[in-house]
Ligand binder design. Structure first.
Ligand code: ZN
Ligand code: ZN
Length: 533
């Protein structure tokens, strides 16, 4: 966009919420300025479109500088082209967080993250944050207009008697045409990240004008609006029912069965609109993995993919554990019976951490939380959509915790110190059998769950690791039952357990780096788009 006074470049100034000329500093209201004058009203025509040769992502840019790399895959092979006939979004939420604030939020978040690759704190790298608009679909939903009648009931207890009362009630839906939940219109943008940086404040949406994009980038919508229809109708119906239920408080309303509710309320669409929501976007790439840092351009909420510097991490953990272990053994004497029980417990607890780590990878590899991915080449996915829907219902797994591994190790050394000296006095030989049995049963369940999870992973090494852990626990149980005299039977069991534990730990860290980065995206073979929105 050019300045009418001096034909310098105009950009959208976030602090002023105005268009400002780079050259003469003149200011203009965004609404006064209509982008491409020859264009048909309300349509992008002739604006720059960048297509990544590597991953197929498409970026709209109203920036005069050429786009030199792709935000999604970090590749520098970008083709320039022109947009033609893409409709404007209906609304836009202009940026509120400027680049300096964005970088401050990022740096604050990086404090204490000693284990990340050092590039993450390099000012030159952080300078690459890009202002980006992500397209979303907003659905307008209507319900039946006339009031309708329902049966209701109330049961209560008073003065020693149970009461049950029935009512005929009349209800009506107050909110018509409400905007449904926004859905990601971009397959490029990961739904998981979107959830982490949500919410955006709907009331700050303004009517779209091309001026808001001056100096910014936008992602081209490439997911069909009807992809989310079913879910929107379902959610809108649930919300309407919850609203009415709230009005009747202690009266229980007898709604039709779940599957008939939409029909009963006549839930239907009246329209769907694209809206643009602002994010700051930063991409890190190493070999064939990428990691993103994304900041909500309105609220400043941040998501960062944080890979660990493996060697640094291993070194610190091993060093810390060795020092503590050496210190503790100076004060406590332990018996072989305690050592075997303790290492089995350690293996079991690590196994639990291992399972939640595998689950997270399973969900990510199969894009369980990424509905927009439905459109893609389903063949890449090991899991069927039915399964994915099932896992999606279960919710996100607990989140990976590299710090939790360290915390866990320290916690265990504490137990070691506390019980090591007492174990032999507290626990008889028969008690030792019971102590191991307490671990054996949950371990069998854990084993089955782990194998079941590993089925959905591309890399199935998890099954071997789970077997090793189960073997260690079963062996220790046998030893506790047989009570051999020689110590080495016990130490052998501890060794197997410790081997299983360290195999799991290395695997967790290796996989941690896989979960904290992403495979290079590919947006080719896309279907759908904004053309009929
Ligand atoms: Zn000017
Ligand atoms: Zn790319």
């Amino acid at each position: 966009m050019k300045c009418p006074n001096c034909s310098g470049t105009l950009y959208f100034d976030i602090d002023k919420q105005k268009l400002v000329c780079e050259h003469c500093s003149a200011e203009f209201n965004v609404s006064e300025y209509s982008g491409n004058n020859d264009a048909q009203e309300g349509v992008f025509e002739g604006e720059k479109l960048y297509i990544c040769k590597n991953c197929g992502a498409e970026l709209i840019s109203m920036n005069d500088e050429a786009v030199t790399y792709c935000s999604y895959c970090g590749s520098e092979a970008v083709l320039q082209s022109e947009i033609s006939g893409m409709r404007y979004p209906k609304k836009i939420l202009p940026f509120r967080i400027n680049k300096k604030q964005c970088k401050d939020i990022y740096m604050k978040e990086m404090k204490g993250k000693w284990y990340v690759p050092k590039e993450f704190k390099d000012p030159e790298f952080i300078e690459k944050f890009r202002p980006f608009y992500i397209p979303y679909w907003m659905y307008q939903v209507q319900f039946r207009k006339e009031p309708f009648s329902l049966k209701g009931s109330r049961s209560y207890y008073s003065r020693g008697y149970d009461f049950y009362e029935e009512y005929d009630v009349t209800a009506a839906i107050r909110y018509q045409g409400m905007y449904g939940i926004p859905y990601d219109a971009s397959r490029n943008f990961d739904d998981g990240i979107a959830e982490n940086i949500a919410p955006f404040q709907r009331k700050l949406l303004v009517n779209f004008a091309p001026g808001y994009l001056a100096g910014m980038y936008a992602d081209k919508p490439n997911v069909d609006a009807d992809l989310y229809e079913e879910e929107v109708l379902e959610r809108a119906t649930d919300a309407a029912i919850a609203d009415i239920d709230k009005d009747f408080r202690d009266i229980t309303l007898h709604w039709p069965k779940k599957k008939d509710q939409q029909e009963f309320l006549e839930t239907h669409y009246t329209g769907v609109d694209a809206v643009f929501l602002p994010v700051w976007f930063l991409t890190w790439r190493k070999d064939d993995r990428v990691a993103y840092a994304v900041v909500n351009g309105q609220t400043g909420k941040i998501h960062i993919d944080l890979p660990a510097d493996m060697r640094l991490f291993m070194f610190m953990t091993v060093l810390g554990a060795a020092v503590l272990f050496a210190l503790l053994t100076m004060f406590v004497t332990v018996t072989s019976r305690f050592v075997i029980w303790f290492s089995v417990l350690l293996a079991y607890m690590t196994g639990r951490r291992y399972l939640s780590e595998l689950r997270e990878i399973r969900d990510r590899e199969n894009h369980v939380f990424d509905k927009g991915y439905l459109l893609s080449d389903e063949d890449d996915l090991v899991m069927s959509e039915k399964k994915r829907a099932k896992f999606r219902k279960k919710g996100t797994s607990s989140g990976s915790g590299i710090l939790r591994i360290i915390g866990g190790i320290l916690g265990f050394l504490f137990i070691f110190a506390l019980f090591g000296g007492l174990y032999d006095e507290l626990v008889t030989e028969d008690g030792a059998l019971a102590m191991t049995f307490i671990i054996l049963i949950p371990e069998i369940i854990l084993f089955l769950k782990t194998v079941n999870t590993a089925r959905y992973l591309r890399n199935k090494s998890g099954i071997f690791t789970a077997l090793l852990t189960l073997g260690a626990v079963v062996y220790s149980f046998t030893i506790a039952a047989a009570q051999p005299v020689q110590d080495w039977w016990y130490y052998l069991g501890s060794l197997i357990s410790l081997a299983a534990t360290s195999v799991m730990c290395t695997d967790i860290i290796r996989r941690y780096n896989e979960t904290s980065t992403r495979p290079l995206p590919s947006f080719y073979s896309r279907k759908g788009g904004n053309d009929h929105a």
